[in-house]
Design a protein around this ligand. Structure first.
Ligand code: TNX
Length: 548
C-alpha cells in the first residue's frame, strides 16, 4: 500500500515537474489537447509532429480490420488535403504513423497514442482501439481537417503520450426516426459524429404510433400505410385547440439501405441496435393491420403526440406477425441485442377485451401486467432461440422481468436498482440527465425552438453519474453504460436534430467514457470551446446558448 501510494506521489510530482518545465497550466492543456471525451491518462509534452505528403503509414502486422482503420485515416487526409498517404515498411522509423498491437492493453477499446516529433505510435488490443485512437488524433489536428479540399498541406499535432480506455462498454445515442423521418445520408452523418465522440451504439427507434420506418417484405402494408401520416400536430402536445400542419409526412428505409447503413456504422466501430417497439406505440401498425388490435376498429397512423391507448392484442396472429417482422430485422442487423420496446403500455384495451381477460385466467397470469410480461417473455424466447438478447424499456419490469432481458432505464435509478438486484444488465438513459429532446437552457421556449417539457442543461448532462448510489454493493457491474436519447416529436428537421444533440452529446460522451476522477466541468468547457471548431468545420449547427 505504502509502495503504491509513494509510487502515485512520485508519478504526480513527476507530472507536475513536466508541466512546470513546459509551463502548461490546466487551461493550456485543455487548449493544446481539446480531446472529448477526456482520455484516462494524458501526459503533455512540448513539440509537435507534422504530417506531410511523405508521411507513411506502417503496420507492425497487417490485419484487415486495422487496415480499415488506416484507410479511414487515409481517406480523411485525402478529403481535406487532396493527397493520399502511402503505406511504408516496418523498418521506416521517421515520419511514420505506426499501428501495432500491444498485449499489455486489456480493454477491447483501449489504446495508446504516442505522438513524438518524428513519428506517431498507435497501439491497441484490437482494431476498435486503433479506430478510437485515430479519433483522438483527429481531434488534435487542425479543425480544417474536417473540410473538403482545405489544403493545409502540413498538419501539425502536439506531442503527447495518451493511454486510454472507456469507463463503460455501452455508450449509446438514440435517434427516433418515427416521429420524424430522417434521410439515410443524415443517419450516416450522425454516425460519423458519434464515432468522433467515441460512441459505440446507435439505437435506432424504428417504429411508433406516428410511423413505421423499416421495409418488411412479408407485410407490404407497413410500407404502404404505416410509414405515412396525413399530417402532423403543431405546437405543444396539450395545446388546445389542437392544430395540424396539413402536410403528409413519412418514409421508410429499404432493407438494402439499412444493410448498407449497418456496414457504414461497423466501419466506424458503431453497432446499430434496432428497436421494434411493442405492444404499445403500435397505432401505425394497427392502421395497416387492424386485426392485430383488440377492438374491431379502424385505425389511422397517429398525427399527434402522447401515449396512445390502441396497442397490439396478444393474439396468436400478433405473435406470428412479430416473429416474421423480427426475423427480417435480425437478417439485417447483426447486433447481439435487439430492442423490443415495451414502454408505455396503457392497459385499457386489454381490460376491455374478453379475449385478453380469458387469456389472463387460462394462463393464470397476474392481471394485465402479467399479460405484458407474458408478451415480452414470449418474444424474448423467440429472439434468444435465434441467438439474440433483448433490451426493453424499464416498464418490462412490470409483471416480472423476462429471464435474460437487459433493462433500459429511462425512469432513473429506481428501475435500474431493481433490475440490477435481479442480476439483469442495465443501460441508463434517464430523462433528467440524458434526454436531449428536452430544453437546454432555463429560458426554455423564449429562446429555443419548441421541445418536450423538461430542461437538461449542458452542465446537468455533464454532471450525470450512470452508477446509481442506490445500487446494492457489487451491483455496479450490471450497469453497462449510458445513452443520450433524442426523441423527435418536436424535432422536424436535420438542422433541429443537430441543434438538440450538440453539444450535449459531447458532455454525455464524457459521461460514458471518462472516469469520475478525471471529470471536471470547467476543464470540459475549456476543451469544448476548441473542440467545437471541428463541428464548425463540419457545418454542424450546435446549440450555443448562454448557459446562465
Ligand atoms: C417517453 S422514453 C417515451 C417516448 C417519448 C419521450 C418524450 C420512452 C421509452 N418513451 O415515446 O418520445 O418520452 O420525451
Amino acid at each position: 500500500m505504502i509502495v503504491k501510494n509513494s509510487l502515485a506521489l512520485l508519478l504526480f510530482l513527476l507530472l507536475n515537474a513536466l508541466l512546470c518545465a513546459h509551463g502548461y497550466s490546466q487551461e493550456n492543456i485543455a487548449f493544446r489537447y481539446p480531446i472529448i471525451p477526456k482520455p484516462a491518462v494524458l501526459t503533455p509534452e512540448s513539440g509537435s509532429f507534422t504530417l506531410t505528403k511523405n508521411t507513411r503509414i506502417v503496420f507492425a502486422k497487417a490485419n484487415p480490420d486495422v487496415k480499415r482503420v488506416a484507410d479511414f485515416l487515409l481517406q480523411m487526409i485525402e478529403n481535406s488535403e487532396g493527397y493520399q498517404l502511402c503505406y511504408g515498411k516496418l523498418n521506416e522509423k521517421n515520419n511514420v504513423i505506426l499501428f501495432e498491437t500491444d498485449n499489455s492493453i486489456t480493454n477491447e477499446e483501449g489504446y495508446k497514442l504516442f505522438i513524438q516529433p518524428q513519428r506517431v505510435l498507435i497501439s491497441f488490443k484490437n482494431a476498435k482501439g486503433a479506430f478510437l485512437a485515430v479519433q483522438t488524433l483527429r481531434q488534435l489536428m487542425p479543425p480544417s481537417i474536417e473540410k473538403k479540399n482545405a489544403g493545409v498541406k502540413k498538419i501539425s499535432v502536439p506531442v503527447v503520450a495518451i493511454e486510454d480506455a472507456p469507463r463503460f462498454s455501452y455508450r449509446g445515442f438514440l435517434l427516433d426516426v418515427s416521429r420524424h423521418f430522417f434521410s439515410i445520408d443524415f443517419l450516416k452523418r450522425y454516425i460519423d459524429l458519434m464515432a468522433f465522440y467515441k460512441y459505440n451504439v446507435f439505437h435506432l427507434h424504428l417504429n411508433d404510433d406516428q410511423g413505421w420506418r423499416i421495409e418488411i417484405k412479408k407485410y407490404p402494408k407497413l410500407q404502404q400505410i404505416s410509414a405515412w401520416r396525413k399530417e402532423t400536430q403543431v405546437g405543444f402536445r396539450t395545446d388546445t385547440p389542437k392544430r395540424y400542419d396539413g402536410t403528409p409526412h413519412g418514409g421508410f428505409y429499404t432493407q438494402k439501405e439499412l444493410k448498407d447503413l449497418v456496414k457504414y456504422a461497423s466501419d466506424r466501430f458503431v453497432t446499430i441496435i434496432p428497436e421494434i417497439d411493442f405492444p404499445g406505440h403500435s397505432q401505425a401498425v394497427l392502421a395497416a393491420y387492424p386485426q392485430l388490435g383488440c377492438k374491431d376498429s379502424v385505425y389511422t397512423v397517429s398525427t399527434g403526440w402522447g401515449v396512445h391507448k390502441d396497442i397490439l392484442c396478444p393474439k396468436e396472429e400478433t405473435f406470428r406477425f412479430l416473429e416474421d417482422v423480427l426475423s427480417e430485422v435480425i437478417a439485417i442487423f447483426p447486433s447481439h441485442y435487439i430492442h423490443i420496446g415495451g414502454d408505455e403500455v396503457p392497459k385499457d384495451r386489454w381490460k376491455e377485451s374478453p379475449y385478453c381477460q380469458d387469456m389472463i385466467k387460462k394462463l393464470g397470469l397476474n392481471g394485465e401486467n402479467g399479460l405484458q410480461s407474458y408478451f415480452i417473455r414470449r418474444m424474448e424466447k423467440f429472439l434468444n432461440d435465434k441467438g439474440r438478447d433483448v433490451i426493453g424499456w424499464d416498464e418490462i419490469l412490470q409483471g416480472g422481468l423476462a429471464p435474460n432481458a437487459t433493462v433500459m432505464s429511462w425512469h432513473g435509478d429506481k428501475p435500474a436498482t431493481e433490475a440490477a438486484a435481479l442480476k439483469h444488465y442495465v443501460i441508463m438513459t434517464p430523462t433528467t440527465f440524458t434526454y436531449i429532446n428536452y430544453y437546454q437552457t432555463p429560458k426554455t421556449s423564449e429562446i429555443e425552438p419548441l421541445a418536450n417539457k423538461g430542461i437538461v442543461t449542458l452542465q446537468k448532462a455533464y454532471s450525470y453519474n450512470p452508477v446509481p448510489s442506490t445500487l446494492q454493493p457489487g451491483d455496479d457491474k450490471y450497469i453497462l453504460g449510458v445513452q443520450a436519447s433524442l426523441w423527435t416529436e418536436y424535432v422536424p428537421s436535420e438542422q433541429n436534430a443537430l441543434l438538440m444533440a450538440f453539444p450535449r452529446a459531447c458532455a454525455l460522451s464524457e459521461v460514458g467514457w471518462t472516469s469520475l476522477k478525471n471529470k471536471d466541468y470547467k476543464d470540459f468547457t475549456d476543451r469544448l470551446s476548441r473542440n467545437l471548431l471541428h463541428l464548425d468545420a463540419l457545418g454542424v449547427g450546435y446549440a450555443n446558448y448562454d448557459q446562465k
